[in-house]
Structure formats: structure tokens, C-alpha cells
Design a protein around this ligand. Structure first.
Ligand SMILES: CC(C)(COP(=O)(O)OP(=O)(O)OC[C@H]1O[C@@H](n2cnc3c(N)ncnc32)[C@H](O)[C@@H]1OP(=O)(O)O)[C@@H](O)C(=O)NCCC(=O)NCCS
Length: 147
């Protein structure tokens, strides 16, 4: 991960982000609209190593679109930790996510499975909840006040 940096996503990053999300069949819906809530990890040549987004709904964050170019190198963890620290620093009290592919990945950050009905109302109105992610997706929650 030498010389890699995490920075806010820019409009010019969108094609590479869309390619990466598409590679893993992750939803594009609402992602470009929320690009200001996304961060990217890039290498020294500004090539995309990974992406992650944290949409804000009041004091609840919706973690989404976590994807890396090369798996198993710690990029995913670095991006998730970065967004969780940023969330805490900006007054977010809980973070929710939906996943069909990585429910066994997120417990390492403290996320626990919850019933879809238990998800906070403000976040269930999001595009990801409403249409992008299938109803069968696992819903997970992290209480930032407790960590
Ligand atoms: C899930 C993902 C973001 C993890 O990022 P990463 O940089 O590969 O992961 P890290 O290097 O931080 O961590 C590696 C560890 O996570 C585990 N892991 C990686 N992907 C996993 C998954 N989908 N489910 C469960 N565990 C996973 C690895 O087995 C490894 O475990 P270990 O620490 O016990 O050896 C990445 O694999 C990815 O882009 N997957 C495809 C897209 C995706 O499913 N995103 C989640 C959308 S909600």
C-alpha cells in the first residue's frame, strides 16, 4: 500500500468508480448523486485502488459501495476505518449497511446483523434501501456511541 492515499472522490473519478462497482455487481443507483460522500484510495499515479461511501441521513450514516481493485491487501479495511473515524468526528451516532456479499466481513469493524424492520427510518428512505439493494440483503448496524 506504499504511497497510496485516501482522498475525497472527485467527479473525474466517477468512470473508474463505476467500473469497479460494476465489476462486483454492486448497485450504481444513487452513487454518482452521493459522490461527495465517497472517498477513494489511489496510488501514486492516481489509479483507483478502492472506493467507499458514507451517505448521511441525520445522525445515521449509510456505508455503501465498499470495493477494492485487489482483494486482501487491507485497502477495504483502511477505507472503512477512514469513513468510520470521519463519521464519528462529524457527529454520526450509528452506521447501517446493506450487503449481499460481505456480511462476514463487516463484523470485524463491530457491525452486527439487524432485522430490516429495525433499521432507522431516515436511512430506509434512501435509494439503496428502496431500490438498489435486493430485499434479501443482510442489514447490519454499528453503534458509534459504544465504540
Ligand atoms: C469486501 C472487500 C471490500 C474487502 O476489502 P479487502 O481489501 O479485500 O479486505 P481486507 O484486506 O481489508 O481484509 C481481508 C480479510 O477480509 C476477508 N474478506 C474479504 N472479502 C470478504 C467477504 N466478501 N466476506 C467475508 N470476508 C471477506 C478476507 O478473507 C480477509 O480475511 P482475514 O483477515 O481473516 O485474512 C473486498 O473484498 C471487495 O471489494 N469485495 C467485492 C465487493 C464487495 O463485496 N463489497 C462489499 C459491499 S457491501
Amino acid at each position: 500500500m506504499n504511497t497510496a492515499t485516501i482522498r475525497p472522490a472527485l467527479a473525474a473519478d466517477w468512470p473508474a468508480i463505476a467500473d469497479l462497482l460494476t465489476r462486483y455487481d454492486l448497485p450504481l443507483d444513487g452513487a454518482q448523486t452521493h459522490l461527495a460522500d465517497f472517498v477513494v484510495m489511489v496510488d501514486a499515479t492516481d489509479a483507483l485502488r478502492g472506493v467507499a461511501g458514507l451517505e448521511r441521513y441525520g445522525r445515521t450514516g449509510l456505508l455503501r459501495s465498499v470495493a477494492v481493485a485487489e482483494q486482501g491487501g487491507g485497502v477495504g479495511a483502511a477505507l472503512v476505518h477512514h469513513l468510520l473515524e470521519e463519521a464519528k468526528a462529524t457527529g454520526i451516532t450509528q452506521v447501517v449497511l446493506l450487503t449481499t456479499t460481505a456480511a462476514d466481513y463487516f463484523p470485524r469493524f463491530g457491525f452486527r446483523r439487524i432485522d430490516r424492520q429495525a433499521a432507522p427510518a431516515e436511512v430506509t428512505a434512501s435509494v439503496e434501501f428502496q431500490s438498489a439493494c435486493p430485499a434479501s440483503a443482510t442489514v447490519m448496524q454499528l453503534d458509534l456511541m459504544a465504540s
